[in-house]
Design a protein around this ligand. Sequence first.
Ligand code: SAH
Length: 248
Amino acid sequence: MKVSILTLFPEIMEGYFCSSIMAKAVDRGLFSYRLINFREFATDKHRTCDDAPYGGGAGMVLKPEPLAKALEFVGTGGKRVVFPSPSGRLFRQSMAEEFSREEELVIICGRYEGLDQRIIDSYVDDEVCVGDYVLSSGEVAAMVIIDAVYRLREGIISAESLEEESFSDGLLEYPHYTRPEIFDGEKVPEILLSGHHEKIHEWRTRQRLEKTLANRPELLKNRNLDDGEKRILKELTRKQGNQGGENP
Ligand code: SAH
């Protein structure tokens, strides 16, 4: 997979591509990236990339010409062009999966108030919001998108790890423990030391349901629960109901 990123501040992202699992993916040729500073495509003496908005209002807007030239340089034919923006569709695991099936992505990092709308109209396939909050830069959002996407490509991390993750099957993940067995007086749950795989699985399922019910109950609506899960969920909601009764 290849990703071209158009940015005014490539240095924000450089360290990301040179570290950890991403660096290994790049080394092994499983992922490649190109950081393009579109300021280099501005033609005036000061290489201006922003200007005041037509119609008035606060802030500056990214000018269309340098971005259009940078996009022509990259070549957008057959490539999915993504613009991280608070006005976009909400980024979810399902969208990350969709993007991971592309061979090439182009990402435009916004700044200031955003891009001239004509760039969006002419070049952008997906406007993507990474969460209901406003960041000051598209670079941070682009890294969120890239990070969620590239790790789904084959050979980057184990298929088994992906299967058991939060969101992959509509439930949040169970808690993890590693050595030492006792830390700060707190012991690892006994069941995890038992070697009893079936019971461990049931305990983890219970934990996942409990966490999802507490933090993201809306996720449960989209999941087909099996009989065991239904039974656990019933118990948990009953317990919750009882606790609610005690603390009106
Ligand atoms: N005026 C805009 C905010 C611009 S923030 C508005 O009110 O909607 C500057 C840039 O940061 C944006 O162009 C976008 O690229 C990026 N950005 C900020 N918040 C984001 C979010 N939640 N998701 C994706 N990108 C975001």
